[in-house]
Design a protein around this ligand. Structure first.
Ligand code: G6P
Length: 463
């Protein structure tokens, strides 16, 4: 029996995680990552239902029923401890994540993980099929759920099905390593529209479908034997620009920014990095580049500081543990070698903060340093630009992010090239006010014209 929702969002995570307080009660906290930041405002406008995982195992969460929170209609999907290990930590984050990010870390291929991925994708698909009203739109998100489109179509051929991949779609040679490459492609082909951050991803996908599945393709269209046409297209994602501007301009954020500057000793230059603690983000080479600039005398710890916020992420996955140890050690060494009493070279925070605190940090930062080895878009770069209400501040941005395609006026860098990064950070630090304004004005203009509502509206219109 069909349900009542006219728009069903299907994403691995709900926008909130369940947390257990010390007294045993439970509450909800905003989930990490760019996907949630982007989709939340979209949900508010479209009044849909959001299916996702509450971030803890079913054993811990107990029986969770659909609920309303802050005007959002949320439908939790349970994952057992085994599924968290096989589907989430395993196949999603130790196979697909590194594979899709240019094998920055080595992907692992395990058959039990794949089986768990299939089983969990089926659970999401069945729930979506139950909730959707006749002829409704189901919008599936990201690499954790690539089989869902075909599974939903099989259950409910009456629905419009869209899929959007928030991370890069890899070159055909890398995707070809995947033992289940054909199943994944067929899963995605269940959608009417498959969206990517960049047109390169859409091209890779169409080429692979032709190569590996053998369907006829024409430009961005795939023609299936039953006459259905699937379109692949780029929709660069964005943020809620107006909401960030309002937050950044609020008195309380301004006050907090002044407090932060004072706590740092009112330095001349503040550099900032904000990332999930992930090996794709290029945190390590960025801190090395800065530390060498300090060692070379270009920055002085008495009047400059690099704030690095690293949000805890996927902490049970081996590669993330190794990364945390590496970064801990590097920060310790840099501060040990270059810091002075009361003046660390790097102020390192392994913690997650509410948006209000982030906005204050963006206001404080003279130079925002965003240096992923590979990133689908990178919304932190967009948030920084949105918060620079006075058209000042400098963005140093990896050319391997999706955002680099839009922010041509950033100081673009190759994160593998430490000397190049040092030169760019230095150029940004020494730029004249006019130059900063010229660059930031252009980036802000671009961002305003492409906010997240525009992104969602274009996707849904194309669908
Ligand atoms: C990226 C992914 C999202 C994911 C987020 C946080 O933004 O594209 O799908 O939700 O990271 O990662 P996590 O594993 O904590 O959900």
């Amino acid at each position: 029996m069909p349900g009542h929702a006219n728009l069903v969002i299907v994403a691995n995570r709900l926008p909130v995680d369940q947390v257990r307080e010390p007294d045993g009660s439970t509450s909800w906290r905003r989930s990490p990552g760019g996907l949630v930041s982007a989709l939340e405002p979209v949900m508010r406008i479209h009044d849909g239902a959001w299916i996702g995982w509450p971030g803890v195992t079913s054993e811990q969460a107990g029986d969770l029923q659909p609920f309303q929170l802050d005007g959002l209609s949320l439908v939790p999907i349970g994952l057992s401890a085994d599924e968290v290990e096989g589907f989430y930590e395993g196949f999603s984050n130790a196979t697909l994540w590194p594979l899709y990010h240019d094998v920055v870390a080595k992907p692992e291929f395990h058959r039990e993980w794949w089986e768990s991925y299939v089983a969990v994708n089926r659970r999401f698909a069945e729930r979506a099929a139950e909730l959707a009203a006749p002829g409704a739109t189901v919008w599936v998100h990201d690499y954790q759920l690539q089989l869902v489109p075909a599974m939903v179509r099989e259950l409910r051929p009456d629905l419009k099905i869209g899929f959007f991949l928030h991370i890069p779609f890899p070159p055909t040679e890398l995707f070809g390593q995947l033992p289940w490459r054909r199943q994944i492609l067929e899963g995605l082909l269940g959608a009417d529209l498959v969206g990517f951050q960049l047109s390169g991803g859409a091209h890779n996908f169409v080429r692979l479908v032709k190569q590996r599945v053998g369907h006829h393709t024409e430009g961005n269209d795939v023609h299936l034997p039953d006459g259905r046409v699937v379109r692949a297209q780029a929709f660069p994602i964005s943020i809620d620009v107006a909401a960030f501007e309002e937050l950044a301009g609020s008195e309380s954020v301004e006050q907090r920014a002044t407090e932060i500057r004072a706590a740092l000793g009112n330095p001349r230059k503040v550099l900032l990095g904000i990332d999930r603690l992930d090996y794709t983000k290029g945190i390590y080479p960025r801190l090395r580049a800065y530390s060498e600039l300090v060692a070379d005398g270009h920055f002085d710890v008495h009047d400059s500081v690099f704030i690095q916020v690293a949000t805890p992420s996927r902490e049970r996955v081996e590669q993330y543990r190794l990364l945390r140890d590496d970064v801990d050690r590097l920060v310790g060494r840099i501060n040990g070698d270059l810091g002075e009493i009361g003046y660390p070279a790097i102020s390192y925070l392994h913690s997650s903060y509410p948006q209000h605190e982030m906005a204050a940090l963006y206001r404080v930062a003279d130079i925002m340093v965003v240096t992923p080895y590979r990133d689908g878009m990178n919304l932190v770069a967009k948030e920084y630009v949105a918060c620079r209400l006075d058209d000042d501040g400098a963005l140093v941005l990896s050319e391997f992010t999706g955002a680099a395609a839009e922010f041509r006026q950033a100081w673009q860098v190759n994160p593998y090239d430490i000397d190049g990064m040092k030169a760019a950070i230095l150029a940004a630090a020494n730029a004249t006010e006019d130059e900063l304004t010229r660059r930031m004005t252009a980036m802000r203009r671009n961002l305003r014209g492409n906010d997240v509502n525009h992104w969602a509206a274009s996707f849904l219109a194309a669908l």
